[in-house]
Design a protein around this ligand. Structure first.
Ligand code: ATP
Length: 328
């Protein structure tokens, strides 16, 4: 086990609220343990371009409440090549960095694992940061709770106007491969239907449901569509439904990038703090090529290899069934 003296931290892939509390936690836990700390800007891009700076406890003052990431993030093509990884490694060696905390999603972890297998003298620890909540090894990922709350706030407002006008709204939320936000928001807002990438919904069944709701005196209906649903986007689905369901005026809202922003919720601030703290302590205890996560409210450490191999999207059937029953 090699002793760590200098640690770097980066955020990579899609930004997620809660990344800042996590950066703060990593920096201060490392400083408490007498490590030097370096912040790398724009994920793996900054690693390759040698865009990094020394951080102190005061570098992370007053950032708990900030959305986004003070380190910025990026998608970096050159890091996928051996040449790019070699440059990144040389930059880390030049600065005497021997440990790396990467905060991001499965792409970020895939890159980190490949890099660490090539250059095992750099210890690597992953922190799950993505609004999609689609990583094995952690029940929740950073940003998911805040994004879901943002969606709920927006849909509550849509419900007001939908109700006033007897309208049917299709609301598209983020989730190309994951219906996690759509499902939680659907339960929280009493959506009449939830369309997810993990489960095929026949348009005919959706139409039947909406007609039943209308004849049951529902004054408004909201259908939440995760962007990765196989029927197409909210506009396409709305067009098909409009032809058949004449009792409602049909409208579409795409929530888009507002779902990524905003001050992190209490849950994400605490999760970011816990995961950052755990990541540094795991590195100090000699662990590498792993990720920290939260399961049953306890920190769990999973090998990156296992986390990436196990990666699959699981529909929470029980929640889906409950949502259907509660929206009759
Ligand atoms: P999100 O879930 O929010 O999209 P992510 O971490 O999955 O986050 P990606 O864009 O997929 O986001 O990955 C982030 C970065 O990780 C990529 O831009 C790239 O630099 C690096 N990366 C992804 N896959 C690989 C790979 N196979 N080899 C090396 N690096 C990779």
């Amino acid at each position: 086990m090699h002793k760590i003296s200098k640690l770097a931290v980066l955020t990579s892939g899609g930004d997620a609220p809660g990344m800042n509390p996590c950066i703060r936690s990593v920096v201060r836990t490392a400083i408490y343990n007498k490590l030097q700390v370096v912040g790398i800007r724009r994920g793996y891009q900054g690693l390759i371009e040698d865009d990094m700076y020394d951080m102190e406890a005061r570098s992370v003052s007053n950032i708990l409440n900030l959305g986004g990431t003070i380190l910025k993030t990026a998608r970096c093509l050159p890091f996928r090549s051996d040449e790019g990884m070699e440059i990144a490694y040389q930059n880390l060696k030049k600065h005497g960095i021997d440990a790396l905390v990467v905060i991001g999603g499965d792409g970020t972890f895939t890159g980190a694992l490949r890099f660490s297998k090539k250059f095992p003298d750099i210890a690597v620890m992953g922190v799950p940061g993505t609004i999609d909540n689609d990583l094995y090894g952690s029940t929740y990922t950073l940003g998911f709770d805040t994004a879901t709350n943002t969606v709920i706030e927006a849909i509550d407002k849509i419900r007001d106007t939908a109700d006033a006008h007897d309208r049917l709204f299709f609301v598209e939320v983020m989730g190309r491969d994951s219906g996690a936000i759509a499902l939680r928001a659907g339960i929280s807002c009493g959506a009449e239907a939830i369309l997810l990438p993990e489960k095929a919904t026949a348009i005919e069944d959706l139409i039947k449901n909406l007609k039943t709701g209308s004849s049951n005196k529902k004054s408004s209906s909201i259908v939440i569509v995760a962007e990765g649903d196989k029927n197409g986007g909210a506009y396409d689905i709305a067009k098909k439904v409009q032809k058949e369901v004449k009792s409602y005026d049909v409208k579409v809202t795409i929530l888009g990038h507002l779902q990524r922003g905003g001050s992190p919720s209490a849950f994400d601030r605490i999760l970011g703090s816990r995961l950052g703290f755990a990541a540094v302590n795991a590195l100090l205890s000699g662990k590498s090529q792993m990720m920290v996560g939260l399961e049953a409210n306890h920190i769990k450490i999973t090998g990156l290899e296992e986390a990436l191999n196990q990666h699959e999207f699981k529909l929470e059937e029980d929640l889906m069934q409950m949502a259907e029953i509660l929206s009759i």
